[in-house]
Design a protein around this ligand. Structure first.
Ligand SMILES: C[S@@+](CC[C@H](N)C(=O)[O-])C[C@H]1O[C@@H](n2cnc3c(N)ncnc32)[C@H](O)[C@@H]1O
Length: 491
């Protein structure tokens, strides 16, 4: 695997070694006091996990503690990027893949290995440079994506992470961390790695166009080319062989399984069931909830078929299911989508598990071969309550409605609270908000969703199981005589 030649006989690549990203098109953000999240850890000499270990709120949200603010002081273990707490590694010459990086000590699964440092440039500049490097005849590519607007270029300046090669069956992965208000990319071990093993992560979603390089990772599941799963790759037609000859390739392999889709497609769904946060568990829903109460325009769908508001579906074109929600719900949804699109750039962040492809669309109910019109109204819980004969049932429905209203106002006020943060991030062309903010938002969305569900299920339960008030004649609004014109309240 590695060259038998003396490793030092090959000239070391020309680049400037740096330990922190350098910003070319803007300044490093200054963290404001109000943006600093202080964890609840307290240093306890008898508990090795106490100074910001796995239970630390900041660690759980992939945010490093801010020195001077963390109560654990010098004992804080959550400043690994800032303190360059890298694993020991060794540069080696590989067969056919240029230089590579080996573990020079045993590395544990989940361990921070090294930061991918380089020059932070705009996405446009990344495109320009990528083309320029190709024109200059540079074979190795060192640009990776930081967020949807920015990239890190380690071609001229970088850390040793620039030497980590690609593998389709990697032992490492990239993760994005919030460090003093900036997103930084770290290489983390996916599994235990023994000393002397080459480190590798999957480049597939980071490919920037230009030359295609045949992958020599040797994995059984090898995709054939570096970045072969990226959208850019599939649009391009050149191949760069190991001997640097170019070939026009007629048929670049296309990947059609859900897993192989470009990340931009994959990141449309958040798997809420995997959240590691303390988000209230949603009730189990029986399939018997698929009801339609036409006279109120109220449509119920079994929970698993509906997108989980603000959490599950992020899609620019509204899926059919979204139409089942009321207009104000849809408004919330667009806020939520904006939020999710801001947090989704942190795709490598393990806390969000943004991983599942879009759920398959369920066909809507059809009548006479036509799609049934689904009215988009709010549920009038008071109207339902009035129809119920039992006082307890009426009270229950109204109680759930109040809880739902509280959850709705809570979400609205949270949006107002975080609006300045969102606007600031937009000004700075930053694609993510603080994880703590996203976390609060998701929790509020879940609470609102649960409250809505509780209300709807209470209405259904009571309509089905408790007696209704007898039909009452109502006088027409103009005060005319009841009789032939008599109308009945109907469910
Ligand atoms: C970030 S650099 C890695 C370090 C590089 N090997 C060097 O010598 O500087 C990425 C480049 O390494 C080469 N490379 C990385 N992984 C490879 C693989 N699995 N098969 C073939 N070439 C690979 C490609 O030329 C790629 O553009």
């Amino acid at each position: 695997m590695f060259s038998s030649k003396d490793q030092h006989s090959e000239a070391l690549p020309q680049y400037e070694h740096i330990f922190q990203n350098e910003f070319l098109h803007r300044r490093h953000k200054k963290q404001k006091d109000e943006d600093i999240v202080i964890c609840e850890c307290k240093y306890n000499p008898n508990d090795s996990d106490s100074p910001c270990g796995e239970r630390c709120l900041n660690v759980l949200t992939s945010t490093e503690c801010t020195p001077g603010y963390c109560r654990c002081g010098v004992h804080c273990k959550n400043q690994r990027f800032q303190r360059c707490e890298y694993a020991k590694t060794k540069l080696v010459r590989t067969e056919g893949r240029g230089w590579g990086l080996l573990a020079d000590e045993n590395i544990k699964a989940g361990q921070f290995v090294i930061e991918y440092c380089g020059e932070v440039i705009s996405w446009k500049e990344a495109k320009r440079r990528s083309q320029a490097y190709e024109n200059e005849g540079l074979k190795d590519a060192f640009i990776i994506s930081l967020n949807s607007n920015e990239s890190i270029d380690a071609t001229r300046k970088g850390s040793l992470a620039r030497f980590i090669n690609h593998s389709c069956q990697p032992n490492c992965e990239t993760r994005k961390w919030n460090v003093l208000g900036e997103i930084r990319v770290g290489i983390f071990a996916k599994q235990d790695i023994t000393t002397g093993t080459e480190l590798a992560y999957d480049y597939n979603f980071e490919w920037y166009g230009g030359a295609k390089v045949r992958c020599l990772c040797g994995a059984v599941s090898c995709s054939g080319f570096l970045g072969a799963r990226s959208r850019g790759f599939q649009e391009d037609t050149y191949l760069w062989e190991d001997d640097d000859d170019r070939y026009s390739v007629e048929k670049i392999p296309l990947y059609d399984s859900a897993e192989d889709e470009p990340s931009s497609k994959l990141l449309k769904t958040v798997d809420a069931s995997n959240f590691e946060y303390n988000i209230p568990k949603l009730m189990n829903v029986s399939s018997g909830l698929e009801h339609q109460l036409d006279s109120t325009g109220l449509v119920f769908q079994s929970f698993d078929a509906a997108p989980m508001e603000g959490v599950t579906t992020v899609k620019t074109e509204a899926p059919a299911e979204i139409k089942l929600y009321s207009q104000d719900t849809q408004q919330d949804l667009s806020h939520n989508n904006a939020m999710i699109s801001r947090i989704r750039s942190n795709s490598a962040c393990r806390n969000y598990h943004i991983s599942r492809p879009l759920p398959k669309k369920r066909p809507l109910h059809h009548t006479n071969g036509k799609a049934k019109h689904l009215a988009q109204k709010q549920v009038d819980a008071k109207k339902f309550a009035e129809l119920l004969a039992l006082k307890e049932a009426r009270e229950e429905v109204l109680r759930y409605e109040e809880t739902k209203n509280d959850a709705t106002s809570e979400l609205a006020s949270l949006y107002n609270e975080i609006r300045p943060a969102i606007e600031e991030h937009e000004r700075d062309s930053q694609d993510s908000v603080a994880t703590s903010v996203a976390e609060k938002w998701i929790e509020a969305c879940c609470l609102k969703l649960k409250a809505e569900f509780d209300l709807h299920s209470s209405i259904i339960r009571n309509v089905v199981c408790t007696p209704r008030k007898p039909r009452q004649p109502v006088n027409p609004p103009d005060g005319g005589e009841a009789g032939n014109e008599m109308k009945y309240l109907e469910l």
